[in-house]
Each structure stands twice: as C-alpha cells, then as structure tokens.
Ligand binder design. Structure first.
Ligand SMILES: [Zn+2]
Ligand SMILES: [Zn+2]
Length: 115
C-alpha cells in the first residue's frame, strides 16, 4: 500500500490500528513538527501522558505502516508509556505483538545477565 504523506486516513489504514488508543498515523515525519521532519527510529508513538499528540504514531517511511509487528510495538507504547519496560512487554504480548526480532525490530526480550 502506498500512503500519502501527512495524516493517513483511517479508512486506508491496516486493521491493527483499530486499537482505541490510536488517534491516528502520520507519515513522512513527526506530527508535532510536520512533514519532512526527521527522527532516529523508523517509527515512534506519542505515548507520554500530557503529550498534545497522545495517540499518534509517526513513520518516516510509508511502507513500514504495513509492518504489523512494528505497529503493535508502537501501540504497546500507547498502552504502557515510553520505554521498553516489563509493563510494555506485557502490553506487546497482550495485543498479539512480538518481543523477538521482526522486520524493522530488534529483539526486545529481557536480557538476563549470565552470572
Ligand atoms: Zn511524532
Ligand atoms: Zn519502542
């Protein structure tokens, strides 16, 4: 699917963005700074309490909107907040996501240090 830049219409978004905490998807930058703005990761979720854009998920590249496991990773941040915490891990699993490596995702399994 090729998505227009800016706010992506809900009607063309994949079903997994139907989670009630998702307010919308922004393509081509960050919704807070507009199209062509840049950020480090492939995508990020506005999951901080008090964020004016809470519930938005921003993507640099539109084709990544079709990566379900990446989307669920970000949706879990809306549920559990910023950071890859145990609470966030539980949220990922609860909505059918993965902690294992997937397209555009590394492993988020809790690392156990060998003694
Ligand atoms: Zn953003
Ligand atoms: Zn994350």
């Amino acid at each position: 699917m090729s998505y227009p830049k800016g706010k992506v219409a809900r009607s063309i978004l994949p079903h997994y963005f139907g989670h009630p905490l998702v307010k919308g998807v922004f393509h081509g930058g960050c919704i807070a700074r507009g199209k062509q703005s840049s950020f480090r990761a492939s995508a990020h979720a506005h999951g901080r309490e008090g964020d004016k854009f809470f519930g938005w998920i921003c993507y640099r590249a539109g084709w990544k909107i079709d990566l379900e496991m990446l989307a669920l990773h970000e949706i879990a941040h809306l549920i559990a907040g910023v950071g890859h915490t145990d609470e966030w891990r539980r949220a990922v699993i609860a909505i059918g996501g993965t902690l294992d490596p997937a397209p555009s995702l590394k492993s988020y399994q809790k690392r156990v240090r060998p003694r």
